[in-house]
Design a protein around this ligand. Structure first.
Ligand SMILES: [Zn+2]
Length: 333
């Protein structure tokens, strides 16, 4: 059973989930599992928990395109049914049950290992699953923060190579998101302008870190990127929550995501990466001045002592140079 512990000095919550240490690994450096033993492959559905969402292929009444299942090794447990009795807690050493949702989005019925190899149509199914599950878990009033993330490649933290992403919804707002919400609200109160919309406006005017800005989305390398080659997709319209994205707007997002991942692979072949979908936290008044975004963080360098100690970052690549490289490739897609 996972638990939350509050840092007695800073007040940040840490999730303790020792059961996750027992989860299986099949990445090549751990000895790859034969595809027919993979729990995410079509035909092996019985080896996973029952799906909470199944998206069928448009040409079939039986075959699934995307399955969403509860994580068998969750970092948090389903809200409402896991309250831990007997956790000793005090005013100084505060702890609580780690309630929330931890789900796996299986992004393909076949044993693909790279998201960039999925068809654009398949990526639309994945985006729809992300959107619909975020909306579903946000309705639970015990949830304060939701996000989708993806670890592709062992260097990015993936334990199974079959393409998948994860949804993690928690009863607390993580510190970095809390700081973003406070900054967004402060800027809005002072200027009546959404700080992310202002940033995009200025990025478009300066035009040195924009990779592409056609259609309803902007792809850029952030001004203060923390990692080499970091990319971020923003909606052109000021939309706080990804959950309100229409079906029609998922198509161009899938196309842009595929192009972004393909350009990353051309610049840094087979690079491990994290993908993070940030959306406005539910029921937080500050969410009105938020903007959803999809970040792609290549894991080309390790996190070293300075970063671990301070949560400040040393980036060895200028985002302007990264944007130039990506732009040349995407321009020829
Ligand atoms: Zn598989």
């Amino acid at each position: 059973m996972a638990e939350l512990r509050k840092d007695p000095i800073l007040g940040d919550w840490v999730i303790l989930a020792p059961e996750r240490a027992t989860r299986p690994f099949d990445h090549k450096q751990h000895g790859a599992a034969a595809p027919n033993l993979c729990p995410f492959c079509q035909g092996n559905e019985a080896s996973t928990p029952n799906a909470v969402l199944t998206i069928l292929r448009e040409d079939s009444l039986d075959d699934w395109a995307v399955r969403v299942i509860p994580n068998r090794y969750p970092a948090v447990s389903v809200a409402g049914c896991s309250f831990v009795n007997g956790l000793s807690t005090s005013e100084f050493f505060e702890r609580d049950a780690a309630v929330g949702y931890h789900e796996v989005i299986v992004e393909s019925p076949s044993h693909e290992s790279a998201m960039r190899d999925l068809s654009q149509n398949q990526l639309v199914h994945v985006l729809r699953a992300w959107r619909d599950r975020l909306a579903a878990v946000s309705a639970d009033e015990s949830i304060a923060h939701t996000m989708i993330f993806k670890n592709e490649g062992a260097a990015a933290g993936a334990s199974l190579e079959h393409v998948h992403s994860q949804l993690l919804a928690t009863s607390f707002i993580p510190p970095r998101i809390e700081a973003e919400l406070a900054a967004g609200q402060r800027h809005f109160e002072q200027t009546r302008v959404n700080v992310w919309a202002e940033m995009l406006h200025r990025e478009l005017a300066e035009d040195t870190r924009i990779v592409t800005a056609t259609g309803p989305y902007i792809l850029l390398c952030p001004f203060a990127s923390r990692f080499p080659g970091q990319m971020c997709i923003f909606p052109q319209a000021s939309v706080a929550g990804f959950e309100s994205t229409s079906d029609a707007d998922l198509q161009p997002l899938a196309e842009l995501l595929k192009n972004a991942l393909r350009s990353l692979d051309e610049v840094s072949p087979d690079a491990a990466f994290n993908l993070e979908l940030h959306t406005a936290p539910p029921r937080d008044i500050r969410s009105a001045s938020y903007l959803w975004r999809l970040a792609i963080t290549p894991r080309l360098t390790g996190i070293a002592g300075f970063e671990v100690a301070t949560e400040s970052w040393i980036n060895i690549a200028a985002p302007e140079d990264s944007a130039n490289r990506y732009r040349r490739i995407i321009g020829s897609c």
